[in-house]
Design a protein around this ligand. Sequence first.
Ligand code: ATP
Length: 364
Amino acid sequence: MSGISLEGVTKQYPGGVLAVKGVDIDIESGEFVTLVGPSGCGKTTTLRTIAGFEMPTDGAVRIDEDEVTDAPPYERDTGMVFQDFALFPHMTIYENIAYGMEAAGEYTDEEIDARVEEMLELVELPGVADRTPDQLSGGQQQRIALARALAPRPKALLLDEPLASLDKKLREQMQVELRRIQQEIGITTVFVTHNQEEALTMSDRLAVMNDGKFEQVGPPEEVYNDPDSRFVADFLGTANIFDGTVTAVDDGYATVDCEGLTLRSKSRPGVEPGADVSVIVRPERFRFDSASADGGTSTATADVNVFEGEITFKRHLGSSVELRVETPDGRELVVVRRSGMDKRSPGDRVTVAVDAEECRIVEA
Ligand code: ATP
């Protein structure tokens, strides 16, 4: 097995669009890395430069330590799956899966037979070899597309929004299934999605892309809990964002004046008084306080931020409940309670608190 490394990869399309602006990443052998970001940020272009369908205008691509920057796709030994599956409609499932091995011309018929059978077992669809793609459901076709990509035992698996056209339930099943298969064979995988939930639940690490660059690369918990930028905080999940100016920094904590509201937050290196920042609070970090604050819209103590407000909206999200709380100065807080039960309802006056330690600062 083998890793993938991108060094300063840049892609400018003929006509001038600068789609990828010098991205660097070392993907370890067996790692599952997701490129996630809004439409047009350069995810697909980055993936296609790894596959060799696009040549970078600058930088280097290495697969398994070999530089392949200028190599054509067939010399790179990667397997790719696209959103539309692209199975060959006139071929049987057997022929679809065997295709890459037949084309390589290096395998005996017995080897191909055995591999097709093994792949069908792997994707849990034994017995469909003689069917054609139109005799399978969408989810089954996607499994076959995966089997076809994996059959020649590529060094890496490249997936471009492979689950995007499946309905929500099937998509969630396939997320688990895809990850199971990936872990079972330990193949290095790069996955492209604009779906933040998918990125957070499936990956060993994710690279959050914005405007052709990697804004942050890290494990899901880290990127979610410790966003490096306002963009990352806002793009992944829901964030309460308070813009303000730092008035003091002490012991790793900052005091931030957010237009009349004083918040305390964990600081980060380089943050100085006078800096324009945003304080980020994830909805599940808030708690409801039984003790009322002593008046005002918020009272900052050394380590707790407290808000008074009224619940304006409540909705159930299955295993959790989301509540919106409006403060007297017109701010709306999004609060998520992990337990699916919460007896509070719209109209209730509440006190909401969050520890400074649970708040994060990013540059505005
Ligand atoms: P999406 O999620 O919508 O697929 P993406 O993040 O994958 O978006 P890319 O498809 O990599 O983004 O596109 C990045 C930028 O490059 C966009 O501005 C796009 O319009 C442009 N682009 C993509 N392909 C080409 C091309 N063949 N020629 C010129 N510009 C292109």
